[in-house]
Write a protein that binds this ligand. Sequence first.
Ligand SMILES: [Zn+2]
Length: 54
Amino acid sequence: MAKCAICKKDLHGVPKNVKKLPESKKKVARKFGGYLCGSCIRKIISEEMFAGVA
Ligand SMILES: [Zn+2]
């Protein structure tokens, strides 16, 4: 069982919420899919977005 690299939560495949994200965010989510959980992916995405804007 794969575990999230950040919070060590068990991963159950690709998070479903990724499909609801726009294409640009989906690309980032795919990058982390498989070793980060959905909430950590969301956290990384918002941080990357923030870094991109700032
Ligand atoms: Zn996590």
